[in-house]
Ligand binder design. Structure first.
Ligand SMILES: *Cc1c(COP(=O)(O)O)cnc(C)c1O
Length: 384
């Protein structure tokens, strides 16, 4: 393992050596047939991961570019977008929608809770929405959305279902072939980034459109974007030897390797592993008297936002952890200073989690708390 630190923030996540090796390969020309073959392979594997026969796009950019690409190709200025938000990243869709002149409505939950499904039903019955965004796992709160509940509500109202999988894809089920109670009730768009549950360095935006989402693009007279217009990219994704804008060659080598690891492990196994990780980390931390802000039934498998015990100095604590090689994130907005966020996704291993739980406990003891790291590690191990 080349990594010297445990990067347990909610992305970027730990990168394994085979992915670093892929990144460090000689840079070939972006139209070199050898590179074109790798790009094709990466696209095919993405389709396999998401079980889609639609179009997938792999472009340079962070997750936010993927969010923008999803919206700008489905909703026209003046049309209505509904945002279901469980925190900071859900709210980001409001800003993007407003930037493109959509009429944006939002249903926000209290942080740590889910938006009530009845509210979604009522809202969708009250007006005609072109699309609805769901943040599968909101990285600010560690709250997961329930697609089994939301997709049928959205689709039965005739809106497009856009799923932000930046902290979920490859770790939580996003099966675009899945019928949610009716053959027409499916996820229309999945978008993600490379640096979270896929386990790569940052730099790639990945977006998948099904046939309904592509039909929505077709109805638009044009889109207020150039780089993010999927019509500029479809020819490239069909034949990566063509040129529109230079692809990040080395990142695509790395992504191809990351997809190989994802598919070798198997999607079902990954869903099970991430569920187990999430629960185990929260149970282990609870032995230190710390609680996730999300209730366990709605807590994300991929990351947790954990409230500190009384009196903890967030900045000093995380600095002490960083000195011992454990990197955690602070919390956002009104939770800043009161909670921290820990990622447990992608290529993170049980050994890494064990080590982090132990060091968190030892550091708490240095800060004057009386906790038992051995016991915490045991409670982690029972569950993973
Ligand atoms: C990280 C994240 C984003 C933003 O991705 P960037 O790569 O930082 O642009 C969007 N949505 C969710 C759910 C995220 O976790």
């Amino acid at each position: 393992m080349r990594n010297k630190e445990l990067l347990l923030i909610p992305g970027p996540t730990p990168v394994v050596d085979s992915i670093y090796d892929a990144l460090a390969q000689e840079t070939w020309g972006h139209t070199d047939p050898r590179f074109v073959a790798i790009f094709r392979h990466a696209l095919d594997k993405t389709k396999e991961m998401l079980k889609t026969n639609g179009e997938v796009f792999i472009i340079s950019g962070s997750g936010t570019v993927a969010m923008e690409m999803a919206l700008v190709n489905t909703v026209a200025p003046g049309e209505k977008l509904l945002v279901i938000s469980h925190g900071y990243f859900g709210d980001r869709f409001i800003k993007i929608g407003e930037a493109f002149g959509f009429q944006v409505d939002v249903l926000q939950s209290e942080w740590g809770k889910q938006v009530d499904a009845r509210e979604v039903e009522e809202k969708l019955a009250s007006a005609s929405y072109k699309a609805v965004t769901i943040t599968h796992a909101d990285t600010s709160t560690g709250v997961a959305a329930n697609l089994d509940v939301l997709i049928p509500i959205i689709k039965s109202n005739g809106a497009l279902a856009i799923v932000d999988g930046v902290c979920a894809t490859a770790a939580m089920e996003e099966d675009m072939s899945k019928e949610y109670g009716d053959p027409n009730y499916k996820i229309d768009v999945v978008l993600t980034g490379s640096q979270k549950a896929i386990g790569m360095p940052p730099g790639l935006a990945i977006v998948a459109f099904n046939q309904s989402a592509l039909a929505a693009r077709e109805k638009l007279s044009g889109v207020p974007a150039y780089y993010c217009d999927i019509y500029n990219w479809i020819p490239i994704m069909h034949d990566p030897g063509k040129y529109f804008a230079t692809p990040p060659v080395n990142l695509i080598y790395a992504y191809d390797e990351a997809m190989k690891l994802v598919l070798e492990e198997g999607m079902e196994n990954r869903y099970i592993r991430h569920k187990a990780y999430g629960k185990a980390v929260r149970v282990a931390l609870s032995t230190y008297g710390m609680k996730a802000i999300a209730e366990e039934e709605v807590a994300a498998p991929t990351l947790s936002c954990i409230l500190y015990p009384e009196g903890m100095d967030d900045v000093a604590f995380r600095a002490a952890l960083a000195e011992r090689g454990v990197i955690l994130s602070g919390a956002l907005a009104h939770l800043a200073g009161k909670a921290f966020r820990i990622g447990h996704m992608g290529n993170t291993t049980v050994e890494m989690l064990e080590k982090a739980i132990r060091i968190i406990g030892e550091t708490m003891n240095d800060f004057g708390y009386k906790v038992n790291p051995e016991k915490a590690v045991q409670s982690l191990n029972v569950l993973v």
